[in-house]
Design a protein around this ligand. Structure first.
Ligand SMILES: Cc1cc2nc3c(=O)[nH]c(=O)nc-3n(C[C@H](O)[C@H](O)[C@H](O)COP(=O)(O)OP(=O)(O)OC[C@H]3O[C@@H](n4cnc5c(N)ncnc54)[C@H](O)[C@@H]3O)c2cc1C
Length: 410
């Protein structure tokens, strides 16, 4: 009798990125075991995560290809325009969809809806074996494979282990992969509001000296465009003070930041807080091991790209594995993993650098920087090709894209 469960790939972490990895692998003909320390039923509930994610159009193509998008039903809201402004300055930047043949720039999806959709799809696929409420006790990796002993006394043997276990990744730590990390000393409050007027599918991002304030279009339960998700970032000490205020004072500051262009607003959700940091693993591969999503890179949410980057990791990884398997090569071998690292490293580094620079440039009151950024907004707004490039970049349509992100099968 075998002492262990055998699979092609062991995925640690059934968050939005890990669950998508399992589905993409299944579609490409690989079986996997996916484990998480939490039960999926606990992750699907409203109180687990208050965020809504801006899903780039290329990511949507991938999710359609993997049959995850259909499972969302009507639970998404297209973003047609994005309006960016800097405090009370008259300079602004408008990304309008007519610049790109009226295609939506992205789609807002509540994380709880995404989790529900992805978990339902995952449960329907035979090549995937989910195990919940467990962690890894020990991992041994060598020529023969990966041997992982779980806290429930099971042992798994796989060809490859994927660390999709988020910012505090145990897989990364266990492999002694160093991390470049610093605290932004900023925290994000996430909450949902309803307003009198239709948002017309326009997203707004106002930059204040403490951090950005984003108003992201959503629908209410009856499908009306009168709900928005707010990501309110400020210096952590300031956020902690604001959170202690009675509702009346809290709402008054919220109203000031929001403005009155959508009429009266009321808060219709709890308030969630997310302390923000920059994180980048020194490498995203090791012997028979890869990192994807936040386990590999933690971005500032200023441009709403963290999850999109995770999806790009998954698309590249599964394509590389598929191609190498077709050539008869070891899917956990160094040549395969090196290809993944080469493909993803440049894109990850550029996006980390882009979001970090954006935050540094806008989250301050330093006069010369104020002048530079206001000029920058104005120039970009009036310079067609640059504006178009930035829109395509945010939509995930630029660069050497894996097939799934182009809406192609593997
Ligand atoms: C305020 C805010 C707004 C954001 N908005 C956007 C946006 O608009 N668009 C966008 O693209 N991105 C956005 N992001 C980023 C995005 O939310 C993350 O990049 C994404 O959720 C990361 O997913 P993940 O699956 O890699 O990690 P996680 O969501 O952290 O999932 C990790 C999983 O691993 C499990 N796990 C952890 N440790 C272990 C262990 N030792 N053993 C077993 N299981 C384990 C956890 O239970 C969890 O299920 C935002 C982030 C913030 C903070």
């Amino acid at each position: 009798m075998k002492k262990y469960l055998e699979t092609d790939v062991l995925i640690v972490g059934r968050g939005m990125v890990g669950a998508t990895t399992a589905i993409a692998l299944a579609r490409a003909g690989f079986n996997s075991i996916i484990i998480d320390q939490v039960k999926p039923s606990d992750q699907n509930i409203k109180t687990y995560d208050g965020r809504a994610s801006a899903i780039a159009s290329a990511s949507k193509k991938m999710l359609e290809q993997l049959d995850i998008w259909d499972r969302l039903g009507e639970n998404y809201t297209p973003i047609f325009d994005i309006r960016v402004s800097d405090q009370s300055s008259k300079h602004f930047l408008h990304y309008e969809r007519h610049v790109l043949d009226s295609k939506p720039l992205g789609f807002m999806v509540e994380n709880r809806h995404f989790r529900y959709a992805v978990n339902n799809e995952l449960e329907s696929l035979e090549p995937i074996t989910p195990i919940s409420n467990v962690k890894i006790e020990t991992i041994r990796r060598n020529n023969e494979g990966v041997f992982a002993a779980l806290t429930n006394q099971q042992t798994i043997k796989s060809t490859l282990i994927v660390g999709a276990d988020g910012r505090q990744s145990q897989v990364r730590t266990d492999a002694s992969i160093a991390l470049t990390r610093f605290d932004y000393k900023q925290t994000g409050i996430v909450l949902t509001v309803e307003h009198e007027h239709d948002h017309n599918n326009i997203a707004h991002e106002h930059f204040y000296s403490g951090g950005p304030f984003a108003i992201l279009p959503m629908k209410n339960e009856s499908g009306k465009n009168i709900r928005s998700s707010i990501v309110w970032i400020d210096k952590t000490e300031q956020i902690l003070k604001i959170l202690k205020l009675p509702d009346k004072q809290f709402n008054s500051i919220l109203n000031q930041k929001f403005g009155d262009f959508l009429g009266r607003i009321i808060v219709v959700s709890s308030k969630w807080t997310y302390p923000l940091s920059f994180q980048f693993a020194d490498k995203c591969i090791d012997e028979r091991l890869v990192l994807v999503g936040d386990a590999s890179h933690g971005l500032h949410p200023i441009a709403g790209q963290g999850f999109n980057m995770g999806l790009r990791d998954v698309a590249a990884l599964v394509e590389v594995i598929t191609n190498n398997a077709r050539l008869g090569l070891d899917i956990g071998g160094f040549a395969t993993l090196r290809e993944y690292e080469t493909w993803r490293r440049f894109d990850n580094t550029s996006m980390l650098f882009f979001t970090d620079t954006l935050n540094r440039l806008f989250s301050n009151n330093i006069l010369p920087l104020k002048v530079i950024r206001q000029l920058g907004l104005s120039i970009t707004n009036n310079l067609g090709p640059l504006k178009k490039y930035l829109m395509l970049y945010a939509m995930g349509e630029v660069g050497d894209l894996p097939k799934l992100l182009k809406g192609q099968s593997l």
